[in-house]
Design a protein around this ligand. Sequence first.
Ligand SMILES: Nc1ncnc2c1ncn2[C@@H]1O[C@H](COP(=O)(O)OP(=O)(O)OP(=O)(O)O)[C@@H](O)[C@H]1O
Ligand SMILES: [Mg+2]
Length: 253
Amino acid sequence: MSGAEDTGGGTSDAGGTRTVVGLRGVTKEYAGGVTALRGVDLTVAEGELLAIVGPSGSGKSTLLHIVGTLDRPTAGSVHIAGHDVAALSDRRLSALRAQHVGFVFQAFHLVPGVSARDNVAEGLLYSGLPRSVRRRRAAEALDRVGLADRLHHKPHQLSGGQKQRVAIARAVVGEPALLLADEPTGALDSASGAAVMELLRDLNREGATIAVITHDTEIAGSLPREVRIRDGEVVADVRNPSSVPSMAAGAEL
Ligand SMILES: Nc1ncnc2c1ncn2[C@@H]1O[C@H](COP(=O)(O)OP(=O)(O)OP(=O)(O)O)[C@@H](O)[C@H]1O
Ligand SMILES: [Mg+2]
């Protein structure tokens, strides 16, 4: 690809399916001597909806941060939408992230003292859209997660589950091609959790590629693909034939 500012695109295999995420031999060592990932290979095609599961401390969040280009690996290669992340400057990487990636953090990371609506609108800060449009889209995204009546509440005035839903609204407001969610239902009751999963399925049907970390075996088993991590390694990568077909599976029929 020659366009220096073009952060779209991707690589295609012979069947024409684009690879959105390509990790090869990814290792992550943190200062202090913890090896969180050990030689992880992971390929995710456009339109997939996958669960990442594994015990606490197994490296799931670390993996998602590296896929989301929020962190760089100690060794190995990371390709996102056809771009070799190691070859991109921090500025280009920020642009890639802003245009294509939505991230739901395990710890929410909402801006304190700022309303739910403005927290969500922040997800569109680099979109080039005028402020009035960003605010309208933010209100719509909050409506989608059932928080239309909490637009003006600040994080400290929201329950844990409501904060989680604001974080989800912020991640999806820009309709990212790649959505990465770190336990998006962890703080939710089963009805709210089911509603969030339905939203993710809707976004997937609309074309988004989605990876969801979950401890909920029922959720994991209901998704088309399940990647299991243990001690920093991928120990299983299974397709669930009984799940609702994702875009990618449907496209192959
Ligand atoms: N910034 C950091 N510095 C040092 N060690 C870290 C850092 N972040 C994570 N670790 C360590 O790396 C390992 C993997 O952490 P990670 O957060 O990826 O686990 P996880 O699978 O997401 O766990 P959980 O299910 O509890 O969220 C853990 O042993 C953790 O202590
Ligand atoms: Mg985690």
